[in-house]
Design a protein around this ligand. Structure first.
Ligand code: TYD
Length: 206
């Protein structure tokens, strides 16, 4: 069987986690081996970089270099080996998040991001499907307000998440065939139904 690389994106508070777990279960029920992972992170080194990125103050270029360094290690240690074994690799965030958060959110140069993407994803590695949990930023902010202590990104103002959301829309416009846009402003079962339809439409699950 061919490896499948599926990523999950959206602003903080979009509610990806439940659906990533459910989708993993659905693939396992169909006999697939599933690797669940996340970015920044997914390897011991990348998890250390994640800690720095989510908690320490730094300029946008430093942040971009760290998320791509983490990604490089993650691709080499986890993503490529799992795909080579024919597994389903479900990754909570990937490079679209760098364009949305560092690019659109923090205003960092998209051309440099594109260069880093080209270097780090050698050979043109891209997800087979990216599920974008699209949520109005005001709704996301409301969902986050009740949650645990916010990290560096979660405590950003609404305007930041409005830019991040536009960043995701731009990435989708540039690669429409790769993206499935899900309306995340619905109850969990309605969101799950859309996730299921997106995966089914790609012929990845019956
Ligand atoms: P998130 O995936 O929301 O995890 P949790 O549910 O544990 O909070 O947190 C990751 C944060 O990192 C999120 O705010 C987006 C940010 N991020 C970037 O800024 N750039 C990136 O390239 C990636 C992958 C994530």
């Amino acid at each position: 069987m061919n490896g499948l690389f599926i990523t999950f994106e959206g602003i903080d508070g979009a509610g990806k986690s439940t659906h990533i777990d459910r989708l993993a279960e659905a693939f396992r029920e169909h006999g697939r081996v599933v690797t669940l992972t996340r970015e920044p992170g997914g390897t011991p080194l990348a998890e250390q970089l994640r800690n720095l990125v989510l908690n320490d103050t730094m300029d946008a270029m430093t942040e971009a270099l760290l998320v791509f360094a983490a990604r490089r290690d993650h691709i080499a240690q986890v993503i490529r080996p799992a795909l080579a074994r024919g597994e389903v690799l479900l990754c909570d965030r990937f490079t679209d998040a760098s364009f949305a958060y560092q690019g659109a959110g923090r205003g960092f140069d998209r051309e440099i991001l594109a260069t880093l993407e080209h270097w780090v994803q050698e050979g043109g590695l891209q997800p087979d499907l990216t599920i974008w949990f699209d949520l109005p930023p005001a709704v996301g902010a409301q969902r986050l307000s009740g949650a645990r202590a916010p990290d560096k990104f979660e405590s950003q103002p609404l305007a930041f998440f409005e830019r991040v959301a536009r960043g995701y829309a731009d990435r989708m416009a540039a690669s429409p065939g790769r993206f499935a846009q899900i309306n995340a402003d619905q109850d969990v079962s309605a969101v799950w139904a859309e996730v299921g339809r997106a995966v089914h439409a790609k012929g990845m699950l019956p």
